[in-house]
Structure formats: structure tokens, C-alpha cells
Design a protein around this ligand. Structure first.
Ligand SMILES: [Fe+2]
Length: 117
């Protein structure tokens, strides 16, 4: 595992977060490997197999992100801001901050029944 600071000075929690980030990096690399491999596979059955593998890696990556979201508030905030919206990604932050009236709104995340705690 590649630490950028002295490992002994990192807490157990910090080291676990580093492990999760390393796992996320590895899962994303695997997604890219499988995606490229599928794109060039000439045999349709092999392409489907490799795409299946890619999709498994996507699931693993998302599991890592969820683990990180539960431990790093900035992940939670960013994911709540950017995921499942319909405006262009570069406009999501502006829209979340009040946005312009001409921009389409992000996908509704509330049923309008008040805050659920
Ligand atoms: Fe994986």
C-alpha cells in the first residue's frame, strides 16, 4: 500500500480509508481493462463475458464509494449533489447553490412531504 505520509502517524481509521481508496482505484482500473477488452473482442460471447466482468467491477467500485461515503462527509455531500441529476455535470453545483432559472432542475430527490430523519 502506498502511503504518502508516515504510516505510523496515521490512525487505524485513516489507514482503512487509504485501503478503501486503493481498492476503489483498483476496481476502476479493472473497469477500464474490461471495457477496452470488450470493445475490441471479435467474438460476441467473449465480449458479453468481458462486459459481465466489467459490470461486476462497477458493482465493486460502487461498494467502495458507499463505504467511503459513510465515513467521509465530503463524499456524502458530493454524491448527494452530483448523482442522479439531469443537468450537465458542470452545472450541477451551480444548480444546487440556487442556479439560474433557465437551467433545468436536478431530478427530484424529495416527495415534498418534508424532511425525513
Ligand atoms: Fe473487483
Amino acid at each position: 500500500m502506498g502511503y504518502f505520509e508516515p504510516a505510523g502517524e496515521l490512525s487505524q481509521s485513516d489507514r482503512d480509508i487509504s485501503r478503501a481508496l486503493a481498492s476503489l482505484r483498483e476496481e476502476v482500473e479493472a473497469i477500464d481493462y474490461y471495457h477496452q477488452r470488450a470493445a475490441l473482442a471479435s467474438d460476441p460471447e467473449l465480449r458479453d463475458l468481458v462486459l459481465h466482468n466489467r459490470d461486476e467491477e462497477i458493482e465493486h467500485a460502487v461498494m467502495c464509494i458507499e463505504w467511503l461515503r459513510r465515513r467521509i462527509p465530503a463524499f456524502d455531500e458530493a454524491l448527494r449533489t452530483y448523482l442522479f441529476t439531469t443537468v450537465p455535470v458542470t452545472q450541477v453545483e451551480e444548480e444546487a447553490a440556487g442556479g439560474s432559472a433557465s437551467s433545468p432542475s436536478p431530478v427530484a430527490t424529495s416527495l415534498g412531504i418534508g424532511k425525513i430523519v
